[in-house]
Structures are given as C-alpha cells and as structure tokens.
Design a protein around this ligand. Structure first.
Ligand code: DGL
Length: 267
C-alpha cells in the first residue's frame, strides 16, 4: 500500500512532511516533475499534459491513493485525474475559506500568495466567489518564489529582501492573515514570521489536506496500517542529483515544520 504525492518539484514535500507526522504507518511514493518545474509561469495546456504524463508514471509503479500536493496542478487537472483513475485523489487549493473565517472578527483583510497560474484559473475565481462575500481577499502572485525554493535559497537576508520588495505597496496594518497558496511557500514560513508584524497570521493548507487524505483512506477501507513511513522518490528528469536535493529539502521542512491553519482542499 503506497500513497503517491505529486508536485512539480520540492513543494509537495511540505505536505509529505505533514503526512509522515500524522500518518507514519503508510508508505509513500513522491514524484517531482523536474523536467518542467516551475509550472506556475507556464501555459495551462502544457501543464495539463505534464501532469497527466507524470501521474501516469506513478500509476505504472503502483499507488493506492494520490495527493496532488500542488495548488497549481490541482487547479489545472484535478477533474481530469479523477475521471481517469478510480483510487482516491486529494487535491489542494489556497486555504482562503478558513482564512476568511478566522479573520472575520478582526475586520482586517486576507492576502493570498500563489503562483500566477493558480490565481488565473477559473477554479480560484470560483473559490473567491464562494467564500469571499465581503471582498476582503487580495491576491499576490509570486512568480519567482518557486525558483528560489528549487535552488534551496533559504538565506534570510536575500529572502527578506525579496518579500519586502513584493510587499512594498501593501499597508500590512490592514491585513490579518497571509495564505500560502503554493506548497513551495511553507519553506519560508519562519522567514516571513520574522518579517511580518505579529498581528498577521500565516496559514497553509497542508494539515487540512492530510486530514482529508486520512478521511478518504478510511472511506475506501484502506485507512489502517499499510506501511512503515518508507519514502521512495522519483523524478521526470535526471534522478540522482535531484533525489539528494529532495532528501535535504524534506529534512529542512521536517526541522522547520510549522503547524499553521486549516485548509480547504478540493475533496
Ligand atoms: N508547488 C506548486 C503549487 O502548490 C507550484 C509550483 C510551480 O509553480 O511549479 O502551486
């Protein structure tokens, strides 16, 4: 029994780290589409094709459930994946709903960080229409951040400079929550925490996604046991160097795992 986790690169490891903590008695297959990362600045047509090819490779190896540990890939292909495969498939979308609910009492706004492609999809627009009646959500694309992350660029000064530049036009007194709407972004939670005023909460959808995964496994009768926390890595490109990078990134996020917020996953 093996659960697949899919992302364009190392972002989905932030979700896998949460799964290893909450569901340690499972085995995992993690795939990164290293030939095509980043997705967030590419066309929906190309990204759709890349996702279907990569998931096909995971299915050939054998998985019993799949987490699309990528907001961008979910917004492009979750429907087609569910129409293609019969095993449980859990997707992710920016945790806007819990952020809006958590923020209601404060009267402050919500700021969503995500890839340009996620923010352009109809799925994101539909999410806002559903949960942001009071129109308190603003969205900020961070097209460069996935590439910084893929280079394991976690230098505090460099990354603080990047975020301060992106936030220069925002009056942070007006915001109560920042939503990390891309699975690469939680690597920067601690850096953001240092940089943001203390009244701003930071949420991501990882814990909620793993809870949804556990519920789906139970529904399919495969919730109990099934493994020992074994993680197998695969890539669409050259494996050896990237596998070493994934191991470093997973250890980094496990050390810096910040539990923040609940999520809305696609379900
Ligand atoms: N990790 C992906 C997400 O959650 C985005 C990565 C990319 O742009 O390739 O949206």
């Amino acid at each position: 029994m093996r659960i697949g986790f899919f992302d364009s690169g190392i972002g989905g490891l932030t979700v896998l780290a949460e799964a290893l903590r909450r569901l340690p008695a499972k085995d995992y297959l993690y795939m990164a589409d290293t030939l095509h990362v980043p997705y967030g600045t590419k066309s929906p047509e190309d990204v759709r094709k890349f996702i279907m090819e990569s998931v096909g490779k995971m299915v050939d190896i054998g998985i019993d459930a799949l987490v699309i540990a990528c907001n961008t890939a979910t917004s492009i292909a979750i429907q087609e994946l569910r129409e293609t495969y019969a095993f449980p498939i859990i997707g992710m979308e920016p945790a806007v709903k819990p952020a809006v609910e958590m923020n209601r009492a404060t009267g402050r706004r919500v700021l969503v960080f995500a890839t340009p492609l996620t923010l352009k999809q109809q799925k994101y627009g539909a999410l806002l229409s559903r949960v942001d009646e009071a129109r308190i959500v603003d969205s900020l694309p961070l097209p460069e951040l996935v590439e910084y992350c893929e280079r394991l660029q976690f230098d505090e000064e460099i990354m603080k400079g990047y975020f301060l530049g992106k936030l220069a036009d925002y009056d942070l007194d007006h915001y109560g929550i920042i939503v990390l709407g891309c699975t690469h972004y939680p690597y920067y939670t601690n850096i953001l925490r240092d940089l943001l005023p203390p009244h701003i909460g930071i949420v991501n959808g990882n814990a909620g996604t793993v809870k949804r995964l556990a519920a789906q496994l139970n529904r399919f009768g495969i919730g109990e046991g099934g493994g020992s926390g074994d993680v197998r890595f695969m890539c669409s490109g050259d494996d050896s160097a990237y596998t070493a990078k994934m191991e470093i990134a997973l250890a980094y996020i496990q050390e810096n795992l910040v539990l923040s917020g609940e999520t809305e996953s696609v379900g």
